[in-house]
Design a protein around this ligand. Structure first.
Ligand SMILES: [Zn+2]
Length: 374
């Protein structure tokens, strides 16, 4: 396979050479760029040579989910996981390229793209065009944060021994990896919104909860927002919390960061980079069985507004509040829910005392999962 491909490449080169002779001295027609930058980002670690264990390419730092482009037309030679496990992006592996793609180009060169966030968008044998999206930036494999590891080879994309410094390689083809020609920005992943954050933001499993990881400063995407605990530094503050996927940590998906880290908007504002309000997150409902009719209240322990009938009900979340005790049975948790009767009936509170199957000061749903804090 590879041999015949190389033969074809050599034949193509000879053909080009002869055409070049014929056309010598003639003006060339204007052409679209045939080589482009592989990703919008900034250069990090440089080329370290071809020795074993050396850095065979350059690192280009970019936010997770930034599109990665084929720098030139070609045929996909490799599209796979090059590490023991690529399932958990952000959980660094001791070796390998993570999810990666290798492309062989008609001029006999090859390019390699590593550490993608998920399975590549192209498969082996597929023809790709210049600038085609082949995957998205991540940190799978042996990687300490989201970036593209990019290699250029004077030969097949799967032969590290033929790696050359990508900076002069791409410069000779009209592309400045340190800047210059970059493909146009594209949309964030479906259902998400771009936001620029001015500093590394701690992520947590619930708004204001214990830190689970970090969202790096830069262009990031978020899913939605909820109102929560205030985060204040000096006179800047924000009660909004944004659901997002972190750059590092465990768990890293569907975590929360404060909208305090949005760089361009004022206090208690949570807009995306286009100036549009980030939409509210749909409330998650948890199923609970209650053993008796429960009085619903406007606040935990507050005035009764209505009744939640006994049976299978849903609740949104819980807060710690005034104790409700009958005999030896008691519970300090209060559950936000929608009542069956009363006015108002939405977003009212009932005591977790009415949960039928759990013990004192426990507030779990019917699956045994702790109902999350409001
Ligand atoms: Zn690298």
């Amino acid at each position: 396979m590879v041999k015949s491909k190389l033969k074809r490449a050599v034949a193509a080169l000879l053909l080009l050479a002869s055409v070049g002779v014929v056309q010598f001295g003639l003006a060339q027609p204007a052409q679209a760029a045939t080589w482009v930058k592989p990703v919008n980002g900034t250069l990090g670690q440089g080329f370290g040579g071809t020795c074993s264990g050396c850095h065979h390419g350059v690192d280009i730092i970019a936010a997770r989910w930034t599109p990665i482009y084929a720098v030139h037309a070609g045929v996909v030679q490799t599209s796979r996981c090059g590490s023991p496990n690529c399932d958990i992006d952000g959980s660094p592996q001791t070796s390998g390229c993570g999810w990666y793609v290798g492309i062989n180009h008609p001029d006999g060169t090859g390019t390699l793209y590593c550490h993608m966030v998920q399975r590549p968008e192209v498969s082996v044998g597929q023809s790709v065009s210049t600038g085609q999206v082949i995957g998205y930036v991540g940190t799978s494999g042996n990687s300490s944060g989201p970036h593209l590891h990019f290699q250029t080879h004077n030969g097949a994309s799967n032969n590290d021994n033929l790696a050359v410094n990508p900076v002069p390689f791409m410069s000779a083809r009209g592309v400045n990896l340190a800047g210059g020609s970059t493909p146009p920005p594209t949309q964030p992943p479906a259902g998400t919104y771009w936001v620029d954050t001015f500093a590394a933001a701690p992520g947590s499993a619930t708004p204001g909860g214990a830190q689970t990881g970090t969202l790096y400063a830069g262009r990031n995407y978020v899913y939605c927002r909820v109102w929560g605990p205030n985060v204040q530094v000096g006179s800047a503050f924000n009660h909004w919390w944004l659901k997002t996927d972190l750059d590092s940590g465990s768990p890293w998906q569907n975590q929360w960061v404060s909208a305090y880290y949005l760089s361009r908007w004022g206090n208690d504002v949570a807009k995306d980079n286009n100036g549009n309000d980030i939409p509210g997150c749909a409330a998650t409902k948890y199923t609970v069985d209650t053993f008796a009719d429960a009085p619903g209240r406007s606040s935990p322990g507050g005035a009764q507004t209505g009744t939640l009938y006994a049976g299978t009900n849903y609740v949104y979340c819980r807060v710690w509040g005034p104790n409700v005790q009958v005999g030896s049975s008691f519970n300090h948790w209060w559950l936000k829910t929608d009542l069956d009767t009363g006015n108002p009936w939405q977003n009212q509170w009932v005591s977790a005392y009415y949960l039928s199957r759990w013990g004192n000061d426990v507030a779990k749903d019917n699956s045994g999962v702790d109902i999350p804090a409001c």
